[in-house]
Design a protein around this ligand. Structure first.
Ligand code: ATP
Ligand code: MG
Length: 310
């Protein structure tokens, strides 16, 4: 079982207009409403790839109910602590004339100490049924930056492996306690290390530097260029095939899904990297916040190149 945690879920609405006219009434002809949140995306991809998963986290109000219902419709199990207030709707307007996407993101409801404790108790119970806990996405107001660090410790105490995918202070605090795997993109890795990673050798050196103190595998993703992955004594580069890119929202989460699946099955990192890279590319081919399907992942899988690098 792969357990995911999303502390700040939302609903993403993507609307498509012929040409965005700021300050005027714009009529959109196409709209998508998707549950959003990094851990939620990981669970959705894991489920599509046929492995058991449950999504945990916080949800609020009617928008929260939309998230729950969408997961239900897809057959993804979930268990959320209810918060007062309202979850966010993140609106993205796609101007089809220019291809530019404009996003409006809200903050989401804050989390009180009581709600945080309620989630911690549920997680402490459920990690016993899991083999991997995925911690992904930003923390809402009210939760301190060391929240993920606490969950990493909690999981480890029960023999459960962890994958951390978050930015900024929460990433730094989480890495310090040694999650099993981490998956920053280049910008997140730069912020973690406090320096620029301008080319492949720099990314590789940065990944190696982040190993240790419990971190067994570091994957730094590089969008269409694939990913660098290091474990003790080994380093790999994964390269996806060239695909028709529509929207890469959720590509990182799809990569994390592949990594978590291989970890849960006890497969070598190369396999997780290959699966994750194919899933990331499949998601890059979908519009808006849609995620790749199992069939798409399967067809891309043989085209992914995973090679050892020195
Ligand atoms: N344009 C693309 N073509 C092919 N594969 C892609 C493309 N963009 C992303 N991918 C695949 O998805 C993986 C993760 O993408 P990326 O590095 O953009 O993650 P991210 O920045 O964490 O994204 P997210 O917005 O989901 O957090 C890449 O390593 C690659 O395998
Ligand atoms: Mg990401």
């Amino acid at each position: 079982m792969i357990i995911t945690l999303t502390c700040n879920p939302a609903v993403d609405q993507t609307v498509f207009v012929d040409r965005l006219d700021v300050g005027a009434v714009n009529r959109f002809h196409d709209a998508q409403l998707d549950p959003a949140g990094k851990g939620i995306n990981v669970s959705r991809v894991v489920h599509r790839l046929g492995y058991p998963t449950i999504a945990f986290g916080f949800l609020a109000g009617e928008i929260g109910a939309v998230v729950e219902r969408a997961l239900d419709d897809e057959g993804v199990q979930s268990h959320f602590v209810r918060l007062p207030g309202q979850a966010r709707i993140n609106v993205t307007v796609v101007d089809e004339a220019s291809g530019a996407a404009t996003s409006l993101y809200g903050a989401g409801p804050g989390v009180s100490a009581e709600h945080a404790e309620a989630l911690a108790q549920i997680l402490a119970y459920w990690v016993q049924a899991g083999s991997v806990l995925v911690l992904a996405g930003s923390l809402p107001n009210g939760l301190p930056p060391d929240t993920y660090a606490d969950y990493v410790r909690l999981a480890r105490a029960k023999g459960v492996k962890t994958i951390l995918d978050v930015d900024g202070e929460a990433f730094r605090a989480g890495v310090a306690v040694g999650p099993t795997r981490i998956k920053p993109n280049v910008r997140e890795a730069e912020r973690l290390l406090g320096r620029a990673l301008p080319d492949l050798p720099a990314v590789l050196a940065g990944a190696r530097e982040s190993l240790g103190q419990g971190v067994e595998v570091v994957v730094i993703s590089m969008g269409a260029q694939g990913a660098i992955c290091v474990e003790k004594g080994q380093a790999y580069r994964a390269v996806p095939p060239v695909v028709e890119r529509r929207s890469t929202v959720g590509s990182g989460d799809s990569l994390v899904a592949g990594l978590s699946l291989a970890l849960a099955r006890g497969e070598p990192i190369r396999d997780g990297l290959r699966l994750g890279t194919a899933a990331g590319a499949a998601t890059a081919m979908t519009v808006g916040t849609h995620l790749g399907t199992a069939d798409e992942v399967k067809s891309i899988l043989p085209q992914v190149v995973v090679e050892s690098v020195a």
